[in-house]
Design a protein around this ligand. Sequence first.
Ligand SMILES: Cc1cc2nc3c(=O)[nH]c(=O)nc-3n(C[C@H](O)[C@H](O)[C@H](O)COP(=O)(O)OP(=O)(O)OC[C@H]3O[C@@H](n4cnc5c(N)ncnc54)[C@H](O)[C@@H]3O)c2cc1C
Ligand SMILES: NC(=O)c1ccc[n+]([C@@H]2O[C@H](COP(=O)([O-])OP(=O)(O)OC[C@H]3O[C@@H](n4cnc5c(N)ncnc54)[C@H](O)[C@@H]3O)[C@@H](O)[C@H]2O)c1
Length: 707
Amino acid sequence: MRTDYDILIIGGGHAGAEAAWAAANLTAPTGGRVALITMDPSKTGAMSCNPAIGGLAKGQMVREIDALGGLMGLAADATGIQFRVLNISKGPAVQGPRCQNDKYAYAAEVQRLLGTRENLDILPGLVEDFVVEDGRCVGVVFRGGHGQGHPEETQDCCGEFCAIDAVDKTITLRAGAVVLTTGTFMRALMHAGEQKTEGGRIGEGSAVGISGALTKLGLDLGRLKTGTPPRLAAESIDFSGLEVQPGDEHPTPFSEMTWSGDGSVSEGKPADAKLRRGSDAPNDTSLAAVPQPRAFEGAYDKVANRFPVAEQRVCWITHTNAESHDLIRNNLDRAPMYNGQIETAGPRYCPSIEDKVVRFADRTSHHVFLEPESLSTNEIYCNGISTSLPIDVQKKIVHALPGCENAVILKPGYAVEYDMVWPHQIDATCMTKRVPGLFLAGQINGTSGYEEAAGQGLIAGVNAVRYMRGQDPWRLRRDEAYLGVMMDDLVTKTPREPYRMFTSRAEHRLLLRSDNADARLTPVGRDLGTVDDARWSVFEAKQQRIAELNKWIDSTQIDGKPMSKWVNSAGVGLEQVWTELRKPADAQLRRGSDAQGDASCAAAPQPRAFDDGGDLEALREARALRAVLANRQYAGYIDRSRREIERLSESESIPVPTDFDFNAVPGLRNEAAAVLDKFRPTTLGQAGRLAGVNPADVMIVSVALGR
Ligand SMILES: Cc1cc2nc3c(=O)[nH]c(=O)nc-3n(C[C@H](O)[C@H](O)[C@H](O)COP(=O)(O)OP(=O)(O)OC[C@H]3O[C@@H](n4cnc5c(N)ncnc54)[C@H](O)[C@@H]3O)c2cc1C
Ligand SMILES: NC(=O)c1ccc[n+]([C@@H]2O[C@H](COP(=O)([O-])OP(=O)(O)OC[C@H]3O[C@@H](n4cnc5c(N)ncnc54)[C@H](O)[C@@H]3O)[C@@H](O)[C@H]2O)c1
């Protein structure tokens, strides 16, 4: 059995899957090998709770992950059973793509995608300790297992791993870097009323030893909680009187590679943009040595030629009422969150139904979305009534929902408490400051949500490879991506509850839109090595089309007025511009008196033939046009923002050495020195965002740094 790897990833959740995908893709061209060790490989990519990906702000993050060559958007598109863009009536900056997924198909697709990486080994087992030499993490110690998906009757589920009989043996693996993504599993304890069960997810175990191993390394651990609602049997619900929630008429995929055609690969070339973001050295040349990936074989098989891939389904809306609220109030003494059984903080922004009834006491009703969990099972997810009340009370709450009077609960709701690592102990690359070579990603860093976890996984996977290669770390700035906002928030603020992304967290949200995620990040991914030739050629084609559309708008008149003004006027949107674009070129010319005879106008983009029903060309055109219009709509703001970002970028890029002694800075207030010492910001910009550090403190530190 191989015991030496380039990178080890622990945990096959959303963070681990993304980290493994990035690390395997990055190391493949140089013959590197990656191992993903997880308690049960058959649960890799499992959706612990909501069978949905994306939503407000989260959808933008999925688009960013996709733009950087990640797998979440591909898996979501391949298995989505309902697609909706939320906030569609509001501005493009706050629109969030979201899809319902067949949760079993989603996990299977994540596993298929990981299975296409020939240099990735997936090993079943429980990691219990780290190998640390000279203060650096260089491996892990784990107990081999089969995972629950192991077919007992055969002995070949894990190939070589089974063959050498590694099960229940303690195995040491060494590597250049380790990424730990334990999710909700560290010392996990589930609660349903008075009933307590060890485990991070129903039917699964708890990772106990790893908490102690982290404490031994000197890391400070905390404890948080989250929860999930009951699942109901579809045939026991009367849907007839319920409001139907259909998907969008023309569904929008997450991935730029979905429906990108046959995925044919043109000769790729490195992106022009130089990667300066995370690099401490502005003229970083180490990237020149990054081998460019040619093609991620098998990555786009499921999505390249059709969309939606899976059969589409509707959801339904029901609601709680005075009767269910009374039930909840009368049983609060049996609710672990209220009777002292759970003392840790849960996600304030995805509250349990008992939280909602207590905190919003004046409300007499809350929406409950009934969502199919799979095309192949009868499970219905009750979005909106996450609960840890005892099962007998859950039954009564469910039966009080219109349509659910006779509903059968297949799986009860529960809450889970788990250990996490306070994230001020990592930096924005996900590497722990105390133990170089050890990276943490996902719920272990105090976040909540698949998308937040996946984003951190990608960042950790990339940086683990860069660390192993001795390359400069890669960091995203707040004005570059929601992923940058999340990392900056995590390392500058101590979360008091599970961290969830919102558009309101991003001060530059008009720049960080879902429509321009590829323009912002695909060149960055190309430089990093996470974007292959196929994705790069799709990106280049789109940027070319955007340029053509801009030229057309700038050179065309409509009713004697510049089209560039018309596109920003009230009542004009994608549909109206699309209609103009579909008119034959001579009709466009006839409308614009000044444009008569202007050859550049006639030569502007030939309207592409597409039907309202949607096809490949329509999808591409809509994507390009959406980006063009959003950029024009926000042009004034974008210019102002850019100037402001430039003004601030000087302090943002001033590095603070990792061993800088804040306590020795003359004139620095004790309170500021203590905060700076605790969070150990890596740039002066980050220092300025810490609570307890004011502009005068930043000035003093800046002088001490010799600036
Ligand atoms: C009950 C519940 C409700 C939730 N509600 C939602 C929701 O509605 N929507 C949402 O987006 N998020 C929800 N979450 C959170 C969501 O599941 C997580 O945010 C997300 O899955 C985190 O991804 P992750 O990769 O960090 O961890 P996880 O998905 O939890 O994966 C961790 C993986 O690591 C493995 N592992 C852990 N420790 C070890 C070890 N020592 N050795 C080997 N393997 C190990 C586990 O087996 C698991 O495969 C909920 C979670 C739970 C449990
Ligand atoms: N439920 C929990 O206890 C829990 C725990 C941890 C994390 N989370 C977080 O919760 C998120 C889900 O939270 P949420 O409650 O905002 O739900 P969501 O993201 O599924 O929904 C967001 C909004 O979308 C709309 N919506 C919901 N379901 C819909 C449907 N079927 N069709 C159309 N629109 C729909 C609703 O307006 C809802 O408020 C996850 O991404 C995760 O980060 C939840």
